[in-house]
Ligand binder design. Structure first.
Ligand SMILES: C[S@@+](CC[C@H](N)C(=O)[O-])C[C@H]1O[C@@H](n2cnc3c(N)ncnc32)[C@H](O)[C@@H]1O
Length: 253
């Protein structure tokens, strides 16, 4: 079994499922969701895999957008239990499994996958590569991944993300990454630990697994979010991108 690094352990979510849900519902997730939807495009009739599905936000969303099947995978039994409870209350047809993405089995042949805040929990470049390898085995040739992760250009001492519900508690530079302790500003605040991996670590890990080199995209802030909060509110969001997106795909040959 893969040793777990307490610094980034996904078990941290077993304790915080409900608080994470509260945070996500109370702090504006609009640019994140808008960016995922824009990059994902039309999923109507597609089989979609949602990696690190948490309580199923994106699993349910892709099903509601017309996916034929939507399968969520998360390492946290607590998060998956919460996702299943939400599905039971308001059924969409989404299905959930508890697995570490780095060692998940083949769950189907998917045309598309999402991974929103997964790769920042990898505790080594090898684990990142294992996640991409397991994804490759689940994607059809030509199948795409859309991911949200901590932007490689994010500077923990740069403009603050507190207006968006995140406070830096500690930042320690490491080899090809920065280790971050951050509070998500739920009530009470919830301490989480992440890794901000350098861009070339993602590229090496994806290509070593047989995927195309990731293409990076800044978050897109939708017009209604700008209208509601004003341009100045979003300035730090753009200037110091904690959130960045990339996409990649499984080549056809
Ligand atoms: C910040 S939450 C995001 C959940 C969901 N994608 C969303 O945006 O609402 C991160 C999730 O990643 C999961 N996670 C972390 N490491 C994982 C791994 N190796 N395999 C599967 N899930 C993992 C955690 O359990 C947690 O539910």
């Amino acid at each position: 079994m893969r040793p777990t690094n307490p610094a980034t352990s996904p078990a941290q979510y077993d304790a915080v499922g409900e608080r994470y849900l509260q945070f996500k519902r109370s702090h504006n997730p609009l640019p994140e969701q808008h960016t995922v939807r824009r990059l994902l495009g039309n999923v109507s009739g597609a089989d979609v895999l949602d990696l690190a599905c948490g309580y199923g936000h994106y699993t349910r969303l892709v099903k509601q957008l017309g996916a034929k099947t939507a399968v969520g995978v998360d390492i946290s039994a607590e998060m998956v239990a919460l996702a299943r409870r939400i599905e039971q209350d308001e059924p969409t047809g989404a299905a959930y499994h508890v697995h570490d993405v780095a060692s998940m089995p083949v769950l189907g042949t998917f045309q598309a996958a999402t991974a929103v805040w997964l790769f920042n929990y990898a505790d080594s470049p090898d684990q990142l590569a294992s996640m991409f390898t397991a994804l490759h085995a689940n994607l059809l040739p030509g199948g795409r991944l859309v991911a949200i992760t901590i932007g490689p250009d994010y500077d923990p001492s740069g403009p603050s993300w507190e207006p968006y519900g995140l406070r830096v508690v500690d930042a320690a530079p490491g080899f090809r990454h920065t280790e971050l302790a951050m509070d998500i500003l739920s009530t009470p605040p919830t301490r989480l630990r992440y890794r901000r991996w350098d861009r070339d670590v993602y590229e090496e890990a994806a290509t070593s697994a047989g995927l195309a080199a990731p293409v990076w995209h800044p978050a897109e802030i939708p017009a209604d979010a700008i209208a509601r909060k004003g341009e100045a509110y979003w300035q730090p969001y753009r200037a110091n991108p904690f959130l960045a997106a990339f996409d990649t795909y499984r080549p056809r040959t």
